[in-house]
Design a protein around this ligand. Structure first.
Ligand SMILES: N[C@@H](CCC[C@H](N)C(=O)O)C(=O)O
Length: 259
C-alpha cells in the first residue's frame, strides 16, 4: 500500500515524518523504520518520527533512530515535529506535546522553533568530560582540533567503551570560540555516525560549558556542521531549568512510498 511521508530537517539533522493519527504505522517493525531511513534503499534520514493523537495535549511524538529502534528524546526532531504539526493544521504557533521524556512546550517564530527541554539536575563532571542526560544521554568533551577530528572513529570508541557499553551514549566534541559561542560535532548513538547536528547534544554542551565555567552566560550559540542553534537556560538550586533549544526546522519535501 502507498503512504504519504514528509521529510524535515533541523540544522541538517533529518527525519522522515509520518502522520500516524490513524495508526497506519506498525511501531514494532524495526526493519521498516531502518529501511525508510536508509540513504540508498529508502528515503534517507537520521531518524523517523511518528506524529500521533493525544487525548489531552496537541499531539504525541514517537522517535526512532535510523537503526530502526525507538529511542530517547530527539531535540531537533521535537522542533521539526512542531513545524510538521503546524503544516498539518493541528496547531498555530504554539504547542504542548508528549514525548518519551515527558511534556514539551514549543513555539514557532518564523523559521525558528523554540522547544522547551526537561529540567536537568544530574550533571556529572569527570576528568576530561561531562556526562548528563538532556532527554538523551550525552558525553561532552573539549577538543583542540575539532575541524580535523575523526568523529565517527573517536565517537564510536567512547560510545561503546566503559562506562557506557552496549546501552551507549551520544558523544559531543566541543571547541570554544568565545564566552558564548562553541563549535560542536556529535556522534549519534543509533545512527552510529556523525550527524550534522544534535539538539539534545547541543543542549548538553551548553549546560556542560556553564557547569564547568567555560561560559558564565545563560544563552549560548552552538555552531554545528548543519548550522547554528541557541540554547538558553536558568541555573536552579540543583541544576538547570527553563531550558530552551532554538533553531530552524524546515520541510524539505513530501512524497509517497509503499510498505
Ligand atoms: N538527534 C537527536 C538525538 C536522537 C537520539 C539519539 N540518537 C539517542 O538515541 O540517544 C537530537 O536532536 O536530540
Amino acid at each position: 500500500m502507498t503512504h504519504t511521508f514528509y521529510k524535515y530537517q533541523g540544522t541538517g539533522n533529518d527525519f522522515v515524518m509520518i502522520d500516524n493519527r490513524q495508526s497506519i504505522f506498525n511501531k514494532k517493525n524495526t526493519k521498516l523504520v531502518a529501511h525508510l531511513c536508509d540513504r540508498r534503499f529508502g528515503i534517507g534520514a537520521d531518524g523517523l518520527i511518528l506524529l500521533e493523537s493525544h487525548d489531552t495535549y496537541d499531539f504525541k511524538m514517537v522517535y526512532f533512530n535510523a537503526d530502526g529502534n525507538e529511542s530517547s528524546m530527539c531535540g531537533n526532531g521535537g522542533r521539526c515535529i512542531t513545524a510538521f504539526a503546524k503544516h498539518l493544521g493541528i496547531i498555530q504557533d504554539k504547542a504542548v506535546f508528549e514525548a518519551i521524556d515527558g511534556l514539551h512546550h514549543a513555539r514557532i517564530e518564523g523559521d525558528l522553533v523554540h522547544l522547551q527541554m526537561q529540567d536537568v539536575s544530574d550533571v556529572q563532571h569527570h576528568p576530561g568530560h561531562v556526562f548528563l542526560n538532556t532527554g538523551s544521554p550525552h558525553h561532552v568533551q573539549m577538543e583542540q582540533q575539532l575541524d580535523v577530528l575523526d568523529v565517527k572513529t573517536q565517537g564510536a570508541k567512547i560510545r561503546y567503551g566503559q562506562p557506557y557499553n552496549s546501552s551507549g551514549s551520544n558523544v559531543n566534541f566541543v571547541s570554544k570560540i568565545s564566552n558564548d559561542i562553541f563549535s560542536v560535532r556529535t556522534y549519534e548513538r543509533g545512527v552510529e555516525d556523525e550527524t550534522l547536528s544534535c539538539g539534545t547534544g547541543v543542549t548538553a554542551v551548553a549546560l556542560a560549558m556553564n557547569y564547568t565555567g567555560e561560559t558564565n552566560m545563560n544563552k549560548v550559540t552552538l555552531k554545528t556542521p548543519g548550522g547554528d542553534l541557541k540554547v538558553s537556560f536558568e541555573k536552579s538550586n540543583d541544576g538547570y531549568r527553563n531550558i530552551w533549544l532554538i533553531g530552524p526546522a524546515l520541510l524539505v519535501f513530501k512524497g509517497t512510498i509503499s510498505w
